[in-house]
Ligand binder design. Structure first.
Ligand SMILES: [Zn+2]
Length: 210
């Protein structure tokens, strides 16, 4: 069979934007609270992730979306295991959030990087999820994250991580009240015929461009 010419490629103005991981500040604080417990061991955990509509932004919304499972760690090392992921999936299914179980995080004693073991674990996650995010951190709070897509195409890239804060309901209420009381918008210009003078709104007519 011959290819028909000319071949057409759908034109697009879309710019390819690398995925970005946003951690709501309390979600990040929760991970760091687990990492900095006095037990001093490395630790492995999970988080529920949502994707911002029509974007390449993925986010963890609250501290409650971060959790750990029962695990055995060795000195200086904590890694994801099939068992740990199974426990996390059980929990996610119980909470009706299995589709959000998309982030695995763990701590390193010092350098933050994706070790060969970490990469093998990521490949194993690919058997259960179309895409997955992995995060490595340490007690100093250094962070590195990867986004891995397994289907339809296999792509793995390191991605930017950022924290964000949300206003509390009390803050939103105060802002609304203050804006209503203190912020004014200019009144629309309404020409009025002034008494005793021959000035009318008609004088303000602007000639159109030619
Ligand atoms: Zn690791």
């Amino acid at each position: 069979m011959q290819l028909q010419t000319p071949l057409t490629v759908p034109s697009t103005n879309d710019t390819v934007v690398a995925p970005q991981l946003l951690l709501e500040q309390s979600a990040l604080d929760m991970i760091m609270a687990y990492v900095n417990t006095p037990a001093g061991t490395e630790i492995n955990g999970f988080a529920y992730v949502k994707k911002l509509a029509d974007s390449n932004v993925y986010y963890v919304a609250t501290a409650d979306d971060v959790f750990i499972t029962e695990q055995t760690v060795t000195v200086g090392s904590a890694h994801a295991s099939g068992e740990g992921y199974g426990l996390a999936l059980d929990r996610a299914l119980d909470e009706g959030r299995d589709d959000d179980l998309r982030l695995q995080w763990h701590s390193h004693p010092s350098d933050v990087y994706f070790s060969p073991t970490d990469r093998t674990n990521i490949e194993n996650f690919g058997r259960t999820a179309e895409w997955f995010i992995s995060l490595v951190t340490n007690r100093q709070g250094e962070l590195r994250a990867r986004f891995d897509s397994f289907r339809p195409v296999r792509i793995g890239v390191e991605i930017e991580v950022a924290a964000y804060r949300v206003a509390t309901p009390a803050m939103i209420e105060r802002a609304r009240a203050d804006v209503a009381a203190l912020v004014h918008q200019p009144r629309p210009f309404l020409p009025r015929k002034r008494q005793g003078r021959n000035r009318t709104a008609a004088a303000a007519v602007v000639t159109t461009d030619k």
